[in-house]
Design a protein around this ligand. Structure first.
Ligand code: SF4
Ligand code: SF4
Length: 320
């Protein structure tokens, strides 16, 4: 795989700083049952990195100490971490909103048959990737048969109440473009998804998040291989909008890796760019408990234009 960080270091992305911390986004490991083409984590079945119980307990301590109100759990397939359910349950006991970034197919893996019921019982918000409403494009990006399994998993979540108005069980879907282009307008695409998935399968969901692909890891490497990296960066840079700087997720979110180190966002985590505080090269949860990160400078590189291009992009969809 081509390294993309050296291509992103020389940047004129505007300086930005943190505000009050609201969300801990915890990457509990890079193990996944899929190996998607666009994965910015480079996750897959052969990865072995996985958060230990000791680090999970530090996350819970930091959740209390930091005052963050949301725990956003990602991976890999986060549910493959052996302490996933413990983390969810303990965070819910502490009153946090919990988000599971679920790849849907995990719900149909052996040993996870009761996962959907667990998520519903803990009232966990589910955010799930479905990069198209057609089988052909989903299978091309995420693997053969993924569309069919994903649809079955959404129907299972729907049957438990997920995505239904007034149930309090939120199911949001995530779209990302197939190639080096910006996502289309979020509201229009959401309406198309709802109409087509509703008519074809009776599926309901709450919101569609459109995300730009980041020029890093597997997607970035593919761009390099195809000679499209510079063109894609020009597209992102040319579409930069200053007003999106206000809402970029790193202002209110901190990303934690499977070892317990802190980053300004998941993308920086994948690039190996730790959060910098008081001249320290990196910060571990153990040393973060009493620190207020408000006002701290955010580590930016050229990939940050992926968050500010066009309608903007964050883990909660478009910014505009
Ligand atoms: S399901 Fe998600 S984490 Fe797993 S390989 Fe695909 S994009 Fe990466
Ligand atoms: S890539 Fe990360 S650090 Fe850069 S703007 Fe986006 S969220 Fe912030």
């Amino acid at each position: 795989m081509h390294a993309t960080l050296p291509l992103l270091v020389d940047t004129d992305f505007p300086p930005i700083a943190r505000r009050r911390l609201e969300t801990l986004q915890v990457n509990v490991g890079y193990v996944c049952n899929q190996s998607c083409l666009h994965c910015h984590v480079n996750a897959g079945p052969t990865r072995t990195e996985s958060m230990t119980l000791e680090t999970v307990q530090l996350v819970l301590r930091y959740l209390e100490a930091s005052g963050a109100t949301t725990l956003d759990i990602t991976g890999g397939a986060p549910e493959l971490n052996p302490y996933f359910r413990y983390l969810v349950h303990e965070a819910r006991l502490r009153g946090a909103r919990v988000i599971d970034r679920c790849n849907l197919t995990i719900l149909h893996q052996p040993g996870h048959e009761d996962l959907a019921r667990f998520l519903a019982a803990e009232r966990v918000d589910v955010v799930a990737s479905l990069p198209c409403y057609t089988a052909e494009l989903v299978d091309r990006q995420r693997g053969k048969g993924v569309y069919e399994t994903s649809i079955a998993a959404i129907r299972e979540l729907n049957a438990l109440g997920y995505g239904h108005e007034g149930s309090g069980l939120t199911l949001d879907l995530v779209y990302n473009p197939q190639g080096p282009s910006l996502p289309p307008p979020q509201a229009k695409l959401e309406a198309d998804y709802k109409r087509i998935l509703g008519a074809s399968f009776g599926i309901v969901f709450n919101r569609l998040y459109t995300l730009a692909n980041m020029p890093i890891q597997r997607f970035g490497s593919t761009l390099v291989t195809k000679g499209q990296f510079n063109g894609y960066m020009q597209l992102l840079r040319g579409a930069h909008r200053d007003e999106n700087l206000e809402g970029v997720m790193c202002r209110s979110l901190v990303s934690i890796d499977w070892r317990g180190y802190l980053y300004d966002c998941d993308f920086n985590q994948m690039l190996g760019l730790p959060l910098r505080v008081a001249g320290r090269p990196r910060l571990h949860l153990r040393d973060a408990m009493t620190r207020d990160l408000g006002g701290n400078s955010i580590v930016v590189r050229d990939h940050c234009f992926g968050c500010t291009a066009g309608q903007g992009s964050s883990c909660s969809g478009a910014l505009a």
